[in-house]
Design a protein around this ligand. Structure first.
Ligand SMILES: CC(=O)N[C@H]1[C@@H](OP(=O)(O)OP(=O)(O)OC[C@H]2O[C@@H](n3ccc(=O)[nH]c3=O)[C@H](O)[C@@H]2O)O[C@H](CO)[C@@H](O)[C@@H]1O
Ligand SMILES: C=C(OP(=O)(O)O)C(=O)O
Length: 418
């Protein structure tokens, strides 16, 4: 199994280009199944997750090609509406094919995705939405089967603004008869990107990016062309890299509007953030990091997908900060790994108290999920000696060429075969 080796490095300096957003492109790839035709997606990151969902689409009969960050999907000849465990278990976003298949073919049977290292991650809200639209949903032998004669628009309220449920319901409702209103919908930028793609396919969706989304169903959708938004989580990770290493990094291909909570917290920690032309931002890390408190929330609150990276930063801040996780019930697996590197973190319920230390030291650690893995790399850049990170396939799910990008910024990192 390959590992990542990181050594204490000089301040990271230079520029880094952000790839397309994993969490935008995965639902958009699922949405291509709604059209009896060909879609072309540009700015598609070369990530493990993209290849996994592409394989799933091929399994149901779509023709999928990927070259030079452009993905084409021809979903004209779908041969099955079933997705087996082997394909769904690799990635939770696979479950997002359910809405499109149900809407277009009136029947689908998908393996239940199961939990993962950050929580149990139920799918009840997705299923509640399909039922409101008129589907019969049954669970049997680890599969969810949904059937309908006709989907009909409905008004529904999500108990929690789930990103995946909002996306799945929005895709199903795009082909339902009549109007669907999703209240307490997720407001993440990735929802807006999906709605834009669906509208380019011929859907009629308004309000994406607010907590009420209105979908006027249409009879059919056609293939479309789309440029994927930049990955705000990857951008935030490099911003924290500048903050932690006293670095000076220009991060290219960003949408500042998407980074508001991250920018506010980095400024509070003492970073200088300079918005530049051409969708770039320069981040200069302070001599001494101030401790801050963060609390994860649905957008526009502080993103849970940047919680681990900020906790990494707090391990070397000048004082104590509190990190509170409210989105997932079990997203502190990285705490034990940080503590192996000399950090001083105590978990108290939904919060972690991070007492900054003057020095971290390299150790053998494991990436418990993709963001935890990226956060361990950040710690490794500041730790005395060498850090060896295992289970790096998690990191490869969500970060394009992280080793090459950090090397280009002057960091000491390499991937080795064990
Ligand atoms: C591929 C993708 O886009 N992944 C992102 C997406 O995941 P995902 O779409 O899975 O996250 P959700 O917003 O659905 O989950 C948020 C919370 O809602 C709960 N929940 C969700 C669905 C449901 O039916 N019932 C339920 O209780 C979950 O267990 C979790 O505690 O949004 C998360 C929250 O911003 C991010 O961390 C993930 O990176
Ligand atoms: C948790 C994440 O992704 P996923 O929902 O694909 O597991 C993430 O991107 O941090």
């Amino acid at each position: 199994m390959p590992k990542i080796l990181v050594k204490k490095s000089n301040p990271l300096k230079g520029s880094v280009k952000i790839d397309g957003a994993k969490n935008a492109v995965l639902p958009i790839i699922a949405a291509t199944l709604l059209a009896n035709g060909k879609s072309t997606l540009r700015g598609v990151p070369n990530l493990r997750d993209v290849h996994v969902i592409s394989d799933l689409l091929r399994h149901v009969g779509a023709e999928v090609e990927y070259k030079d960050n452009t993905l084409t999907v021809d979903a004209s000849n779908i041969t099955t509406c079933e997705a087996p465990y082997e394909l769904v278990r690799k990635m939770r976003a696979s479950f997002l094919v359910m809405g499109p298949l149900l809407a277009r073919f009136k029947h689908t049977k998908i393996s239940m995705p199961g939990g993962c290292a950050i929580g149990t991650r139920p799918i009840d809200l997705h299923l509640k939405g399909f039922k409101y639209l008129g589907a019969t949903v049954e669970m049997d032998h680890g599969f969810v089967e949904a059937t309908t004669k006709k989907l009909t628009g409905a008004k529904l309220y999500l108990d929690f603004p789930s990103v995946g449920a909002t996306e799945n319901i929005m895709m199903a409702a795009a082909l339902a008869e009549g109007t669907t209103i999703i209240e307490n919908a997720a407001e993440e930028p990735e929802i807006v990107d999906l709605a834009n793609f669906l509208n380019e396919m011929g859907a009629n969706i308004k309000g994406a990016g607010t907590n009420t989304i209105k979908i006027q169903g249409v009879e059919e959708l056609k293939g479309a062309e789309h440029n994927v938004i930049p990955d705000r989580i990857e951008a935030a990770t490099y911003m924290v890299a500048a903050a932690m290493t006293k670095g000076d990094i220009v991060i290219e291909n960003v949408i500042m509007e998407h980074l508001k909570p991250v920018v506010a917290k980095l400024k509070e920690a003492g970073c200088e953030i300079i918005e530049m032309e051409n969708d770039s931002v320069r981040v200069i890390g302070p001599e001494v990091l101030k401790p801050i408190d963060i609390k994860t929330l649905p957008h526009p609150g502080f993103p849970t997908d940047v919680q681990a990276q900020f906790m990494a930063m707090l391990t070397i801040a000048n004082g104590s900060g509190v990190v509170t996780e409210t989105v997932f019930e079990n997203r502190f697996m990285h705490v034990a790994e940080f503590n192996r590197m000399g950090a001083n973190i105590k978990i108290e319920g939904k919060s972690a108290v991070v007492n900054g230390v003057s020095k971290l030291h390299g150790a053998k650690v494991n990436a418990t999920d993709l963001r935890a893995g990226a956060a361990l790399i950040l710690c490794g850049l500041m730790a005395e000696g060498e850090t060896q990170i295992g289970e790096i396939y998690h990191i490869q799910r969500g970060y394009v060429d992280i080793d090459k990008k950090i090397t280009a910024l002057g960091g000491n990192i390499k991937i080795v075969e064990d």
